[in-house]
Design a protein around this ligand. Sequence first.
Ligand SMILES: Cc1cc2nc3c(=O)[nH]c(=O)nc-3n(C[C@H](O)[C@H](O)[C@H](O)COP(=O)(O)O)c2cc1C
Length: 174
Amino acid sequence: MSIQNPVKRLFMTLTQGVYVVGVAEGDLRNAFTASSLMQTSMQPPMLALAVNPRNASYPLLVEGGIFCVTVLQNDQYGLADFFGNHSARDENKLSAVPWHAAPSGAPVLDEGLAYFDCRVMSKHPAGDHVVILAEVTGGDFLQKRARPLRYDELGDMDGSDALLPEHLDTRTPN
Ligand SMILES: Cc1cc2nc3c(=O)[nH]c(=O)nc-3n(C[C@H](O)[C@H](O)[C@H](O)COP(=O)(O)O)c2cc1C
């Protein structure tokens, strides 16, 4: 699919990976695709994750206080699409794929490339998303010699072409 929105094309130059974030609270579990994830600290190792609070996963993530990031392999478009374009409001996504619980209890997809187990430290409003800062409490490779999937390889899978503004205010402040 060709991307029409120039602002979407601009944002696609930011190098991002594609992940499935598993959440758990009590007996409830879910997972959703995320690309807005970055490392923020080395000591302690920390990640920042931008989450749409309208995701069904959001209350589980905040109330459970933990999550697990499965890094997708470079051919796992189907998993990115499934976990990113279906909601737990309509189906039990985790019943469709093999997964296991990370030490935190949050789900990890067995077929991913690697995982990061995380503990929520704080949350910060950020426009239409909430940035979650988390300490990485564990993690490991799930496969050898695989490469990660990149967000810019997915075209408009997340529908952001229509969500981003088509123009940016580029005036230089006085
Ligand atoms: C490629 C891709 C990247 C996405 N990145 C994010 C993201 O970084 N943060 C987010 O909150 N949602 C992101 N989403 C959207 C959620 O995955 C989507 O809304 C999902 O249906 C939420 O599932 P849930 O309602 O079961 O929690 C992304 C979707 C796709 C397809």
